[in-house]
Design a protein around this ligand. Structure first.
Ligand code: ARG
Length: 418
């Protein structure tokens, strides 16, 4: 009998997958549930209950791994360094958790002598890509099995299948949305949201409900691009992200409603709640404005979208992504300081101030007041040389339209003038 390690969530699909792998792939199933911070509000079953359900579904072994710290400090903070926002918006919530889970699937496969890993994703999404490409990067010898891509069961048939095999799952009402959550935020899809014109119902939001009665200010401290403190109190990564998320979310900050390009060629309408992620990236990018040298800053900004695309597309463990990480880490040498964030309901978040012991902002240079240390006389020669090429072009070839519609009367290609 072969052994298969299954990425187990405790939900209907992965519970059915346990039995399906036993029946249709003649496999012993090791269920691995990875805690990436998805139970922040404890609204879902406990890990003990999830573990018990995997065993009840037929797994020979059910393992729960606490990967919150790893998720926060190795994955989310790498995203902070890269100011990661896929398509300029989405801070990669689900995309960041998949490689964390993959690592633990592969580890369990090695420990339990499995020759395959399995996941519950369908064929239409990005998560299958992330699970499979990630697994192939870490363990090219392992097979990947995706039961939900094979079985062709509707949700109703899944419920019947669970009942037939006594898989303990409460399916009280129709599941309205497809939700994926971790400590970086929450992704919400399906149901009424599939109409991109329809406004998202207010009751889908759980992390960004307005409960604050006034503005909220928080000071985020960074060392070498890594968030280390809130209001001067040093916190570990997971705690810091969660607390900042609660503070920002209490003013309604952190919602996104977007149509995005999936890797598999489908455009989908997505709602995200990610107050902590958006607040941290906003603060970090602002501290870079203060501390990064001009060329480094501009080049980094060109590479950031590429980093986000690679991670979105399941390339976390790829050589290009690793090389870009090395660049990102090197770029953060002097990204140390504090950023003061201010949140006002409903949903407005801003940087209110920033400071750094290694700021490149120099008040003596920037000021228009007395005490100015800038050498004005240097500017004349600099500007003349900066514009020399354009001035030469204008005299010999130019033909730029003036405001009154006349052109500047440069020389034509034939050299006859105008
Ligand atoms: N569209 C987002 C992404 O690809 C969210 C995916 C959420 N996954 C889920 N199983 N609901 O990263």
């Amino acid at each position: 009998m072969r052994r298969v390690v299954l990425a187990y969530s405790g939900g209907l699909d992965t519970s059915v997958a346990v039995r399906w792998l036993m029946e249709h792939r003649d496999a012993e199933v090791i269920a691995v549930a990875v805690d990436v911070g998805q139970r922040a509000d404890q609204s879902t079953d406990s890990w003990d209950a999830i573990r018990a359900r995997a065993l009840a579904a037929g797994a020979v072994e059910a393992i729960v791994v606490d990967a919150r710290r790893e998720m926060a400090e190795e994955f989310c903070f790498a995203a902070v360094r890269a100011n990661a926002r896929y398509e300029g918006k989405y801070p990669l919530v689900s995309a960041l958790s998949r490689p964390v889970i993959v690592r633990h699937l592969v580890k369990a496969a090695r420990e339990h002598g499995a020759d395959a890993v399995a996941h519950g994703c369908t064929g239409k999404g990005n998560d299958q890509v992330r699970f499979e490409v990630g697994t192939r990067a870490l363990a090219p010898d392992l097979d990947v099995i995706a039961p939900a891509r094979v079985w062709g069961l509707t949700r109703e048939e899944c419920v019947e299948y669970a009942a037939k095999w006594d898989i303990p799952i409460e399916v009280t009402k129709d599941k309205l949305y497809s939700i994926d959550e971790n400590l970086w935020g929450k992704s919400i899809e399906c149901g009424v949201l599939e109409d991109p014109w329809a406004s998202p119902p207010e009751d889908i939001y759980t992390l960004t409900k307005v409960t604050a009665t006034g503005p909220v200010e928080v000071v985020v401290g960074f060392e070498h691009g890594v968030p280390v403190s809130l209001d001067g109190v040093r916190l570990d990564g997971h705690d810091l992200i969660t607390r900042l998320g609660v503070a920002a979310g209490s003013t309604g900050f952190g919602r996104l409603d977007m149509v995005e390009n999936r890797r598999v060629g489908i455009k989908s309408r997505e709602i995200y709640e990610c107050p902590g992620a958006l607040a941290l990236v906003m603060a970090h990018a602002d501290l870079e404005d203060l501390t990064l040298e001009h060329d480094l800053h501009h080049e980094k900004a060109r590479l950031e979208p590429r980093w986000s695309e690679l991670v979105y597309d399941g390339m976390w463990f790829s050589p290009l992504k690793q090389a870009l990480d090395a660049f990102m880490v090197e770029s953060q040498r002097h990204v140390t300081g504090e950023v003061r964030l201010r949140f006002d309901a409903p949903g407005i978040g801003k940087v209110a101030g920033r400071q750094s012991p290694v700021a490149l902002y120099d008040r003596g240079l920037a000021t228009y007041d007395a005490g100015d240390t800038f050498r004005h006389e240097d500017a004349e020669g600099f500007v003349r040389l900066w514009g020399l090429g354009v001035a030469t072009w204008a005299a010999r070839q130019g033909g730029v339209q003036l405001a009154d519609g006349q052109d500047t009367g440069g020389v034509t290609a034939e050299g006859t003038g105008r």
